[in-house]
Design a protein around this ligand. Structure first.
Ligand SMILES: Nc1ncnc2c1ncn2[C@@H]1O[C@H](COP(=O)(O)OP(=O)(O)O)[C@@H](O)[C@H]1O
Ligand SMILES: [Mg+2]
Length: 298
């Protein structure tokens, strides 16, 4: 069996390259040849039958494409050309944009923090009127969480304690899409990461900031410990993946009032090094096993 591993040509840090190595290694263990290519090598050439990479084409069409990138135009193109792409372009696109994740999940009745999307503006104009912040502060009350719709590792998630901080943050984010969210106080500085592969939770950890920060991301200085999720938490994570059409994902769950699970976000390309360090479970193995099963059983 042979697959392509598509990654981003412009992310060079160890954090990203090690994910590729782990996936290739996991594939090798199961006699799957995983050929690494970047999105800059497999250009979307709309009028061609195949992506314009001679080496890939010489080797013939792969059995699957493991798409470890967010270049959803390329993912859609590969799907259009009849490739079996994991995760699907739609799943990746909906997860990449936190506002779309909320729209789809809340629309399907999943419990998430109360959320208001910022009205869209244009980069050459920005927000020249902030009146829309009045209902935001009234509905959500302070502290308000502000998230850029496109962001990772907690780096584009902020908190505002008053109107001035809210306005300053909105103006500094500018025209980049953002949303405003209720702060789940009972989950301050802690959350769960449930790793789902093929409708099953394969690993779970609890993350906690330990330094007073409201964000629990490990990249942000958070700590982690293995966690035994409840059936309700597991069902919720699997249900999110089903709704969003994801074969695998890292689902972040907050602790609501009375321990009620509240979905924070879903990561289609969740890094799995931390969860391995925490639990000893190699999610790369589960992903490759799942893909083999999907291809063999259908
Ligand atoms: N509404 C919220 N209430 C409480 N904590 C939150 C809320 N939203 C996010 N957080 C905290 O901030 C962290 C980062 O937010 P998240 O939406 O997962 O963004 P990222 O994609 O950057 O990880 C979460 O892991 C959680 O600890
Ligand atoms: Mg997160």
């Amino acid at each position: 069996m042979k697959g392509w591993l598509i990654t981003n040509a412009f992310l060079h840090t160890h954090k990203f390259s090690e994910i590729s190595l782990w996936l290739i290694e996991a594939a090798k263990k199961l006699s799957v040849e995983l050929i690494a290519k970047t999105n800059a090598e497999v250009l979307v050439q709309l009028d061609s039958d195949f992506p314009n990479d001679k080496r890939l084409n010489q080797n013939g069409k792969p059995d699957f494409v493991l798409f470890w990138d967010k270049d959803v135009r390329l993912a859609s193109f590969l799907e259009m050309k009849g490739h079996l792409v994991f995760n699907s372009s739609r799943g990746i696109a909906v997860c990449d944009d936190k506002s779309l994740t909320h729209l789809y999940l809340q629309g399907a009745g999943i419990k998430m923090p109360h959320t208001i999307l910022a009205p869209m503006t244009f980069s050459n104009i920005g927000y020249n009127n902030l009146e829309f912040l009045a209902p935001v502060e009234k509905e959500l009350s302070y502290p308000v969480i502000i998230k850029e719709c496109f962001g990772s590792f907690g780096q584009q998630v902020y908190m505002a304690d008053n109107r001035q901080e809210l306005e300053d943050r909105v103006l500094s984010i500018g025209a980049r899409p953002m949303l405003f969210q209720e702060f789940i106080q009972s989950s301050k500085g802690k959350d769960l990461r449930l790793q789902v592969v093929g409708n099953q939770v394969v690993a779970a950890m609890c993350r906690y900031s330990g330094n007073g920060d409201f964000k629990a991301n490990i990249t942000n200085g958070g700590k982690m410990r293995p966690y035994e999720p409840s059936q309700k938490q597991m069902d919720l994570a699997v249900q999110c993946c089903k709704i969003l059409g994801l074969d695998f994902a890292g689902v972040d769950i907050l602790f609501g009032e009375n321990q009620e699970p509240v979905v924070c976000e879903v990561n289609s390309n969740a890094h799995f090094k931390n969860i391995y360090d925490c639990t000893g479970i190699n999610v790369a193995d589960s992903i490759i096993e799942y893909i083999i099963k999907r291809i063999c059983i259908g």
